[in-house]
Design a protein around this ligand. Sequence first.
Ligand code: FES
Ligand code: FES
Length: 168
Amino acid sequence: MGATNRIVDLNVNGDRRIAGVPTHYTLLETLRYVLGLTGSKQGCDKGDCGACTVLVDGVATLSCIMPVWEAEGAEVVTVEGLARESGPHPVQDEFDLNGAAQCGFCTPGILCSAVGLLERNPAPSREEIKEALSGNLCRCTGYTKIYNAVEAAAERIRTGSADGAGRR
Ligand code: FES
Ligand code: FES
C-alpha cells in the first residue's frame, strides 16, 4: 500500500472501518485495496464508466473520483452491502429474474445506481431509469432487460412484495 499518511474513519456497509491510507487515495482505492471490498470495480478510473459506483448517503457516487476523506461521516454502501438479512435486495433479485445481470465489471455499479434511483424515486418512469443509468457504460447490452428489472424492483418495493417467488 505504500506509506500511510492519513487515518480515515468510515462507515461502510453498516460497519465502522478505521484505516490508514495514503493521502491521495480515492474512496474506490480504499474500498478495494485497503478494506478488501473488491465488488466495486476500477474501470476507467476517471469518472467515465460507472463501474466504481457506490452509494454515499444513499446517492449513487463515482468512488474513483471521490477523495476518501470526503466519505468520512457518510454512510457508504457498496454492492457487497446491498443484500438484506432476508435475502438479495429486490433490485438484485429482479436482475436475476429478468436475466439483466451483465459481467462482474459493470453489474455492481449498475446495481448501485439502480438502488440509488429507487431510494430517491420509488416510481421512476422508463426515461428516468435510463437517465439514472446513463453513466453506467456497457457496450455488451441493449439495456432493455436492465430497465425491465429496475421497473420490476420498483414495483416490488412499492407494493411490499417480499420476493419474486413463483417467477423462477
Ligand atoms: S472507474 Fe469510476 S467511473 Fe470508471
Ligand atoms: S461491460 Fe459488463 S457486460 Fe458489458
